[in-house]
Design a protein around this ligand. Structure first.
Ligand code: PDD
Length: 281
């Protein structure tokens, strides 16, 4: 495997950043994860637009021009022979003597790109089974709309899910409403067949897959309501599912041990998943 690190293509096993990279020391960085399907980056423009927004919100500069970034992504995918899998892009504020405030001397943002192959059959088999979800109290900062590499609450939430035999943890506000998963957006299907997902304000990440699923829903003639929903409403829903670049549309079969409907993946989630690639750019 090959990785891109600050201007060089290096063996993945040897790919490393400096000990004073601000991402490493301070989580002062942002990232994107994109799905690769048949050699193409799914929703590439959406992901790079969001990367741009994350960097602007944190007053970070692009490490290279956007066009160069696109070429680097392609080159990493090519060098790793990835037809199906994912590409990871990370930009940090660069290498500078440790100090919380921004470096006073201008430094170039640091760029790391990796890619990995994933077996589409294994991915499909996993999605067909559906996943259990647990809920955890929301304990993240108020700007989770910025895709930063500061992911400790997400790490701990996902670990709690794994230890409970679940596939995802949903962050829940004190008022009982569902925010999103540790690495996915959360959805339910109401009894009348409408899709419900939380409005994308500063309280959740505006998922690229979430946006594409809205277009897919429109194509399929399904209604989408952007509104808050509670854990109880989700447990009593016709279906629940999560979306992300890596899980695409994945059915949720139980929430805190309570089966959703009959405890099997639902047909709406399945149709959305099947229709996804016809519309994703
Ligand atoms: N996670 N919410 C959170 C907190 C996420 O970390 C992600 C993505 C999403 C879904 O966004 P998108 O559809 O653009 O992937 C929602 C990536 C996959 C990750 O951290 O691995």
């Amino acid at each position: 495997r090959i990785a891109y690190v600050n201007g060089r293509y290096v063996r993945h096993a040897d790919a490393a950043v400096h000990v004073e990279d601000r991402g490493y020391q301070l989580a002062d960085g942002v990232y994107e994860v994109c799905e690769i399907k048949r050699g193409y980056i799914v929703d590439e423009r959406g992901h790079l637009d969001r990367l741009d927004r994350s960097m602007r919100e944190l007053r970070m500069d692009w490490p290279v021009e956007r066009k160069a970034m696109e070429l680097i992504l392609r080159e990493v995918i090519r060098r790793n022979h990835v037809r199906n899998g994912m590409v990871y892009v990370q930009v940090t504020r660069g290498v500078a003597p440790r100090d919380h405030a921004f470096p006073t001397k201008p430094v170039r943002s640091a760029l790391v790109v990796t890619a990995k192959r994933m077996d589409p059959r294994a991915v499909e088999a996993k999605a067909a089974k559906g996943m259990a979800v647990i809920t955890v109290p929301e304990n993240r900062w108020e700007r989770v709309d910025i895709k930063t590499i500061g992911l400790l609450p997400n790490v701990l939430a996902k670990q709690a899910a794994v230890e409970a035999g679940a596939g995802e943890a949903w962050f829940v506000d004190p008022d009982g409403t569902v925010k999103e998963g540790a690495s996915t957006n959360a959805w339910i299907v109401t009894k009348d067949g409408s899709l419900v997902t939380r409005p994308a304000d500063h309280g959740i990440l505006r998922g690229i897959t979430r946006a594409t699923v809205m277009k897919v829903a429109d194509k399929l003639g399904l209604r989408v309501e952007e509104r808050v929903f509670s854990v109880e409403e989700a447990q009593a829903a016709r279906e629940a599912f999560v979306t992300s670049a890596t899980s695409l549309v994945s059915p949720v079969v139980s929430i805190n041990g309570k089966p959703v409907a009959n405890g099997h993946p639902g047909s709406v989630a399945r149709s959305l998943r099947e229709a996804f690639f016809e519309i994703a750019e």
